[in-house]
Design a protein around this ligand. Structure first.
Ligand code: SF4
Length: 404
């Protein structure tokens, strides 16, 4: 079923009331990913600077979690103390990492400090030692190493995300299949569609209308002739592979009425079988209920396993009702399955900024990944435009020279 906004719950997030605070602690990284939009300019922030940013978020953002990002946050020297600082404020600390520096000892220290979970970025366009020239299916072995290491410590949330390129689009089902088979330890999968501007096709101007050297940005390349993958295309491919998958919530674009910038849902299943998805009613109750009871909207669950409690939503949510029916049919056929644990696994699809013909970009409405730059909230995906050129660029198509 193609995506239709009427079937989805529009997340009620805003600038000042948003579950995610995107905190960048360093711009240094230990690998290079093709889709990365950050470059090394300033290095590690001081611990005092970072603590101030956390307090700024707490005051102006009302976050449920702080997503500690970079660069690579696990190489930040104060990472354990930072996790403890955030946790003591009653906010969930989540680390966004490539996993390279994650070792069992550090993991245990982070858990003791109050870490809520990880988002681990793994895809085949990373310059990852010993894992080059691998397919997404090959990389499932690496994903599994991390999932197992984190499950062994227990009580931590783990999501795997990957950038989707036109060349890797068809490999999404390989990641999905692996994630579903490990639903007991993989709490979510996120697919982010790749975007770039090109020096061959685009000209950029700064706030004073002066042309700038676009090639200074890491998210610009010389040329790119493939067709960008869209969020709805990723959604349709997931549904072809898992017909029971149904998206439940979305964020639109800041310019286009028809964009699906964030699409999110959650599948219900056991290690043996997927039974279905939550629908928009459950998503709405989760957001509104969390806000009512805890005062914040929700992006990550503190307790990773919701289990069978999700079936309590069957009177209100037709999608959960279908899943519950599938579960019962399965139990009738295989009574032993009654004792299988039931899990909920989130699926997210993010469509990165899309350039428009007038030079602006269609961004994610109520951008959840807003960060702080010079005391202001800005979209983290475009922070290097501020750092290098003092503000957002206007990027238009280069006029082709008349060769006739
Ligand atoms: S607009 Fe915000 S949420 Fe969307 S890609 Fe950029 S930083 Fe992420």
């Amino acid at each position: 079923m193609p995506l239709d906004k009427r079937d989805l719950y529009r997340f009620p997030w805003s600038m000042n009331d948003n579950p995610i605070a995107w905190l960048e602690v360093t711009d240094i990284c230990n690998i290079h990913c093709e889709g990365c939009y950050r470059q090394h300019i300033s290095g590690h922030k001081t611990f005092d600077e970072v603590k101030e940013e956390v307090l700024f978020f707490k005051r102006w953002r009302n976050p449920d979690n702080v997503s500690i990002a970079g660069g690579e946050p696990l190489i930040y020297p104060h990472i354990v103390d930072l996790v403890a600082f955030i946790s003591q404020l009653g906010i969930k600390p989540i680390i966004l990492t490539n996993g390279m520096a994650l070792k069992p000892e550090l993991l245990r220290e982070l858990k003791r400090a109050g870490l809520a979970g990880f988002t681990i970025h793994i895809d085949s366009h990373q310059n990852r030692p010993r894992w080059q020239d691998k397919s997404e299916a090959d990389l499932n072995a690496l994903r599994e190493q991390y999932a197992d290491m984190i499950a062994e410590v227990g009580g931590l949330y783990v999501i795997f995300n990957s950038t989707v390129y036109p060349s890797t689009f068809h490999e999404i089902p390989d990641v999905l299949r692996w994630g579903q088979a490990h639903i007991d330890r993989v709490h979510g999968l996120v697919f982010i569609t790749y975007r770039t501007a090109t020096t061959g096709d685009h000209v950029a101007t700064d706030l004073t209308d002066r042309e700038v050297e676009l090639e200074k940005l890491s998210y610009v390349r010389e040329s790119f002739h493939e067709k960008f993958v869209t969020g709805p295309e990723v959604h349709d491919l997931i549904q072809q592979h898992s017909p029971d998958f149904q998206a439940a919530g979305y964020l639109g674009g800041t310019i286009r009425h028809d964009s699906f910038k964030w699409v999110a849902g959650a599948m219900i299943g056991s290690r043996r079988q997927m039974y279905g998805s939550i629908g928009k009613q459950t998503m709405e109750l989760a957001q509104a209920g969390h806000h009512l009871l805890k005062g914040t909207y929700l992006a990550y669950l503190a307790e990773a396993k919701i289990g069978r409690k999700v079936f309590f939503m069957w009177p209100w949510d037709p999608s959960v009702r279908r899943a519950a029916r599938q579960w019962w049919r399965d139990i009738v056929r295989h009574p032993g399955h009654l004792f299988d644990s039931i899990y909920v696994q989130s699926i997210g699809i993010i469509q990165a900024p899309d350039l428009q013909t007038d030079g602006r970009a269609d961004m994610c409405d109520s951008c959840p990944d807003i960060t702080i730059y010079n005391g202001e909230f800005i979209n983290s995906c475009r922070m290097d435009e501020y750092r290098l050129f003092g503000g957002l660029l206007s990027v238009v198509e280069r006029q082709k020279e008349n060769v006739s």
